[in-house]
Design a protein around this ligand. Structure first.
Ligand code: PBG
Length: 307
């Protein structure tokens, strides 16, 4: 009678990257999660593939001396994420999917996802940079380009630019519904944008009081050519996932974000809740209608799921 089930093929595993060699660096706010140097990726991707997880999402932690107010490093073909994409693609070909974010926050000194003028992120000028960032990542071998910046109109422009440059087979997963959330805290520590971030991201990310707006965001991104859409964060927004699922015939993905991860993980560590809570949380995404889930629990939980 069970209506839904969970399989490792539903999961996407995020990986944090760091420069250097032989590094596995713990992230204080995310127990059990590490930043890895590129030479460690072979081992991790092997594990991911063994568990039949179809895709990884890459997030670079950029040293401060490579950040500036324009996010210039985003367009460097030899930046950390580009090197990691090349490494994985060369070694694993198409046996694992690679997804990477398009947004400037790993590279800006102010920690915002776009260019800033008078404390406002400027939409159209930012898109001019994002399309180049997307193309470079596609050229490196990225399979799924994931704009997480929340500028308006960027999906259409990225699609056009990729097509013009013959990357029509690269897919776009739009973070269409991304809320200005308090649950991203640990992630910002992980990629090192927490200290630099001035003010908040409410000028471009969604108001957590809103629901109908998410339908307008998704409708626009579908029209512009998105192949999939993401709702983010996850558990507090199951209503939004369900709403998008019911209103559009497009795969909707959920992102169980860093704050959700750390809350559950610490709850288990402190014996406040038991480990089964992880599977419960992931199953809830399926019940709400998610087609896939990005989760820091992906690797651990895939080992536990019986097919
Ligand atoms: C930024 C980005 C964020 C996350 C993924 N991409 C944070 C933000 O918007 O500040 C958050 C993921 C998480 O918390 O796990 N482009």
């Amino acid at each position: 009678m069970q209506e839904n089930n969970l399989s490792s093929s539903d999961l996407i595993y995020p990986i944090f990257l760091i420069e250097g060699k032989k590094k596995k660096q713990p992230i204080k706010s995310m127990p059990g999660i590490y930043r890895y140097s590129i030479d460690q990726l072979g081992m991790i991707i092997n594990n991911v593939m063994e568990q039949k997880i179809p895709m990884v999402a890459l997030f670079p932690s950029t040293p401060n001396n490579k950040k500036d107010k324009f996010g210039t490093e985003a367009l460097n073909e030899n930046n950390l994420v580009c090197k990691a994409i090349r490494f994985i693609k060369k070694r694993f070909r198409n046996n694992i999917g690679i997804m990477s974010d398009v947004a400037l926050d790993p590279y800006t000194s102010h920690g915002h996802d776009g260019l800033v003028k008078k404390n406002y992120v400027i939409n159209d000028k930012t898109i001019d940079v994002l399309i180049k960032q997307a193309l470079i990542q596609a050229q490196m071998g990225c399979d799924v380009i994931a704009p997480s910046d929340m500028m308006d109109g960027r999906v259409g422009k990225i699609r056009k630019y990729l097509d013009k440059n013959r990357y029509q087979d690269v897919q776009i997963l739009s973070y269409a519904v991304k809320f200005a959330s308090n649950f991203y805290g640990p992630f910002r520590e992980a990629v090192g944008s927490n200290k630099s971030l001035k003010s908040d991201k409410k000028n471009y990310q969604m108001d957590f009081a809103n629901s109908n707006e998410s339908l307008r965001e998704v409708a626009l991104d579908i029209k512009e050519g998105a192949d999939m859409v993401m709702v983010k964060p996850g558990l507090p927004y199951l209503d939004v996932i369900q709403k998008v699922r019911e209103n559009f015939k497009i795969p909707v993905l959920a992102y169980q974000v860093s704050g959700e991860y750390s809350l559950i993980k610490n709850g288990i560590k402190n014996k406040l809740i038991n480990e089964e809570a992880i599977i419960e949380s992931l199953m809830c995404f399926k019940r709400a209608g998610a087609s896939a889930i990005v989760s820091y629990f992906a690797l651990d939980i895939a080992k536990k799921i019986k097919f």
